[in-house]
Design a protein around this ligand. Structure first.
Ligand code: KG4
Ligand code: ZN
Length: 346
């Protein structure tokens, strides 16, 4: 069965054609990011407007790249939440129109579930059960996944999401938006051991996250040393007169986030006695997170799975792939499906 996936939950307008839930025939992503950069974050009104302008082109392009017409599509899968309500409604309305006029069944998809599903695309990977961790611009969650569509929430962030912390700290450092890729890149030139930023593990045994204290610590540091913002310039800190650059600040911040994510993920595996860990969402691209998780998982005999990089960030292939499984298990949804901006998991 060929599934057309549609994703418009944030600033990416994406469409994809996936065969039998796994084989990606096309995956097209058009981002309005350049229009948001000036504001340092996604402006919902701009995102919505661009979705309406480009969605039919993006869907058309995905079909063309896959070499199929709508007559060959057996199912339309569309993200219904969580996300920006106006943005979601553009994708949902478009998907409903296709479903109604072309008599194609439709299913609504949870964006967070789709991020966890992304690692199944193209390759046959983890079985069940597994511990899932989604770290994106809007969410940081840990779930126990017993089977397809059987989730138990173990922990989530109490304030900023992991990606949001990257974005805010990048802004504090005068870097571009989105901040994750920038901080990842600069960190490679820095020494994370030069500054000790706090790690918040919360109460003993807690699987929740908190990143706002860390963000504030970086803010205070930068306010004390504003000249650090200039790439390449160094400052002298501490009694020992140590030299610190923006690269070191980025690396120290990144290590603090990664330490907490890794600790909580392996703690969740130990707590549930599960040795499979699946990571998804934009932050799962992060090179330090990938290498640290691989090392720590190996020590504990945990198998860790990441999606291919192109399926970590928002895309519609993960939506189409999960749509296939949802349709097989629950059948089609009614045309009354609508946006669920605060949709959770488990
Ligand atoms: O999953 P995603 O594309 O969109 C949401 O569902 O939110 O994630 C976007 C987030 C942004 O906060 C971005 O800064 C972060 O993922 N991100 C990264 C990296 N690439 C993207 N964070 C850390 N390191 C990266 N290499
Ligand atoms: Zn996402």
């Amino acid at each position: 069965m060929l599934v057309l996936g549609i994703e418009t939950s944030c600033d990416e307008t994406a469409a994809a054609v996936v065969k039998n839930g796994r084989e990606v025939l096309s995956s097209d992503v058009s981002s309005s990011l350049d229009l948001h950069r000036f504001y340092g974050g996604v402006i919902p009104e701009i995102a919505c407007r661009v979705h309406t302008e480009v969605i039919s082109f993006v869907v058309d392009r995905a079909l063309k790249k896959a070499g199929v017409g709508l007559d060959k599509i057996g199912l339309v899968a569309v993200t219904v939440g969580p996300g920006l309500v106006g943005a979601l409604l553009v994708g949902i309305s478009f998907a409903k129109a296709l479903s109604f006029t072309r008599k194609i069944p439709i299913v609504g998809i949870n964006h967070l579930e789709a991020h966890l599903f992304a690692h199944f695309l193209e390759k046959r990977l983890s079985g069940f059960p597994y511990i899932g961790m989604v770290v994106s611009g809007g969410h940081t969650i840990l779930v126990c996944v017993k089977d397809n569509f059987s989730y138990r929430l173990l922990g989530s962030t109490r304030d900023d999401a992991g990606g949001e912390a990257f974005d805010k700290v990048a802004k504090i450092l005068g870097l571009g938006y989105p901040g994750g890729p920038e901080i990842d890149r600069l960190s490679r030139r820095g020494d994370p051991g030069r500054i000790a930023f706090p790690r918040s593990y919360l109460e003993p045994g807690s699987l929740d996250f908190s990143f706002s204290g860390l963000k504030t610590a970086v803010l205070y540091f930068v306010n004390r040393h504003p000249e650090i913002r200039r790439n390449g310039s160094s400052i002298t800190v501490g009694k020992g007169g140590e030299t610190v650059t923006v690269y070191d600040v980025a690396a120290a911040f990144q290590d603090a986030v990664v330490d907490v994510l890794v600790e909580k993920a392996v703690r969740a595996c130990a707590f549930k006695k599960i040795r499979r860990l699946v990571v998804g969402g934009g932050v799962s691209v992060n090179s330090r997170l990938r290498s640290r998780l691989k090392t720590e998982a190996r020590k504990r005999k945990i198998s860790v799975f990441f999606p291919e990089t192109r399926f970590c960030l928002d895309n519609a292939a993960m939506v189409a792939g999960l749509g296939y499984r949802r349709y097989k298990k629950f059948g089609p949804d009614h045309l009354s499906i609508t946006a669920a901006p605060n949709l959770g998991i488990g």
